[in-house]
Design a protein around this ligand. Structure first.
Ligand code: NAP
Length: 584
């Protein structure tokens, strides 16, 4: 038995429970469906063209959202010469939709769509039994597939309840089952993966809400018949829906299969992370069957227990779970132990977790690169040797910086709001502690290095800086771990005072590259994703084109495709296109 098919842990919490089930035919590719939410027929027709352009396989016509929808006049127009297969959905109000007419007229829309040869119609479980029987008993030949749907807008029921409902859905005589729940916690998604994996026919399974995002991104891996992607941000038909471009360009769902290895960033919040764009591009360039997803986690241990599977192989860990990760890991590298934080977890084949800290490597290599590039150091192995290195902050990032600086033979000084923490950290690296408000007068020598590791200056408080501008004249190089915004107030002040500046974005890329090495097990090829060709999907005059640029060139020009840039490329043009659609 392929160990990836072992659904250990997916029927409940705990590493011990095991459930083995049959999977759907893996040769069936998961379709990408774009729900169309326009308010007029004309706009919906335009959206249909955009859906085709976007690379979607199917479009869902949410006709309940069209104001004054007249089925007899409008359905033939919508179904004539359609560029894509369509699902006709007049969603009832009692199932979370907007249809305002009578139940009889709503079912008439479905009958008409069936007779007109719509590719699919969506019928809610509550009415599906009688309706499908009546439709089939008319003896008419139709190629229309009937989707029987059920939505739970509040929570994810137990495995047993889901199983019983799905049995009822199959009993209605529909062709496809669509069971949608709401995830209150990311571990609820395990139940969705479970019923998808054991389905006895084409099944759509999704968990709505921010915590349910991975049910949409990983649907192809678990045998889902279809997953939904919005035409662009703001056009979602359900909470937590990604865009179709994210599904195709970032998560590569079209090439995902059940053997795809899963990686991700665990945090809360997490959807701002640039990790998915960065790691997925690296996986793509190295042609690795791996995907990296955002994991919005409320309870770290619970998540790691439920998803302790061979195919959930590696995790980046961010605020607030770096200390939890340290405690949970079965083995932790020495540096991470000393720093007291783990930001990278890799699952061994034995099921044990190994923890690392790449923040240290990321930050220090960025600072050393800054020193070398600006001519403040030669190609010396240890450009920080003997330098006075002032760390502001004594949290996870502060510890990584102080430890890394000590390892590189710098003289470390720690300043922190909580002086006791500064003292403890300074002692652990053989350095000195000072009060945070002493910092502005602290000028024992010139040519010092300053590294901010507090969140001061981070969005939205972008005008704040941890140190007075005048005090910066004593520093040769200033580093800020904060990377939103890229140019913090501290870095602007430092540049004005003549210091070399290094942004937190550099640290982010550095720690991500080190994680990539652990995730890919390619120690000798750390540069591989950097030198590989990168394909950035972008839009031009309504058509998707591919711009091929070398990662090295992108890096040199400061253009490494972070998610903000990538998202902007996608969304700006998509929004323009959709606006166009609304004007016609
Ligand atoms: P953390 O463990 O929570 O530590 C936060 C530190 O900031 C503590 O020293 C805390 O001081 C100090 N602090 C917070 N608010 C403050 C305020 N208003 N005034 C003075 N000091 C304040 O967090 P962390 O993981 O170290 O992260 C810290 C920053 O580094 C964040 O902005 C994070 O985004 C950034 N970071 C960046 C990267 C990257 O790749 N660029 C990686 C990791 C972290 P007390 O001890 O007094 O509470």
């Amino acid at each position: 038995m392929n160990e990836l098919l072992d659904l250990k842990g997916f029927s409940g919490i705990g590493r011990g429970r095991e459930k083995k089930v049959a999977l759907m035919d893996p040769s069936k590719q998961c379709l990408i469906c774009v729900p169309l939410t326009a308010k007029t027929v004309k706009k919906m027709l335009f959206q249909l063209e955009l859906a085709k352009e976007s690379g979607a396989d199917v479009a869902e016509l949410r006709v309940d959202l069209i104001s004054g929808f007249d089925a007899a006049a409008d359905l033939p127009v919508l179904l004539k010469d359609k560029p894509l297969p369509v699902i006709v959905t007049p969603r009832a109000k009692w199932e979370g939709g907007e249809y305002k007419g009578s139940e009889e007229s709503r079912q008439d829309i479905l009958r008409m769509a069936y007779d007109l040869g719509a590719d699919y119609i969506d019928v809610e479980l509550k009415v599906a039994g009688g309706f499908i029987q009546e439709l089939r008993s008319r003896g008419k030949d139709s190629t229309t597939k009937i989707i029987v749907s059920n939505h739970n807008w509040d929570f994810t029921p137990s495995d047993e309840e889901i199983h019983a409902t799905i049995e009822q859905m199959w009993a209605t005589g529909g062709d496809i089952v669509k069971y949608v729940t709401t995830a209150q916690d990311i571990t609820d998604v395990a139940q969705v993966f479970h019923f998808l994996s054991e389905s006895k026919g084409p099944t759509i399974g999704l968990a709505m809400g921010p915590a349910g995002m991975i049910s949409r991104l990983l649907a192809p891996k678990f045998g889902g018949y279809l997953t939904f992607g919005a035409l662009c941000k703001g056009q979602e038909s359900a909470p937590g829906q990604p865009t179709v471009q994210d599904l195709i360009e970032v998560y590569r769902v079209k090439s995902m299969d059940r053997d795809t290895m899963v990686y991700g960033v665990i945090g809360k919040p997490v959807y701002h992370s640039k990790g998915p764009v960065l790691h997925n591009k690296g996986f793509e360039e190295l042609n690795l069957n791996k995907v990296y997803v955002p994991l919005l986690v409320d309870d770290f241990n619970k998540f790691m227990n439920v998803f302790n599977r061979p195919d959930f192989h590696g995790f980046s860990v961010t605020i607030p779970y770096k200390e939890d990760a340290l405690k949970l890991c079965d083995r932790v590298e020495n540096a991470a132990k000393i720093i007291g934080a783990v930001n990278t977890v890799v699952r061994e084949t034995t099921g044990e977790y190994q923890g690392y800290n790449t923040d240290c490597e990321g930050a220090l290599s960025a600072i050393e690169k800054g020193l070398r590039h600006s001519g403040l150091a030669n190609n010396d192995e240890t450009p920080l040797k003997g330098k006075l290195f002032v760390v502001i902050g004594a949290g996870g990032a502060g510890k990584a910086l102080a430890y890394g600086a000590k390892e590189r033979h710098a003289r470390v000084v720690v300043a922190n709001r909580n002086y006791e923490r500064a003292k403890a950290l300074a002692e652990s690296v053989g350095g000195k502690a000072i009060e945070l408000d002493q910092l502005s007068d602290f000028r024992p020598e010139t040519g010092m290095i300053l590294a901010n590791s507090t969140s001061i200056g981070m969005e939205p408080e972008v005008t704040r800086s941890p140190i007075h501008k005048d005090a910066l004249s004593a520093y040769a190089l200033v580093f800020d771990a904060v990377y939103t915004p890229k140019q913090t107030q501290l870095l602007k002040d430092a540049a004005e005072m003549g210091a070399v500046t290094v942004s937190g974005e550099e640290m982010f890329y550095g720690q991500a590259f080190a994680q990539f090495r652990y995730f890919t097990d390619l120690p000798g090829k750390l540069r591989a994703p950097v030198s590989a060709q990168c394909s950035i999907g972008t839009y031009s005059r309504g058509r998707m084109i591919s711009t091929r640029l070398g990662f090295d060139k992108l890096l040199q020009r400061g253009l490494y495709p972070n998610s903000a840039q990538f998202g902007m490329l996608m969304d700006k043009s998509q929004v323009q296109l959709v606006n166009l659609a609304f004007r016609c």
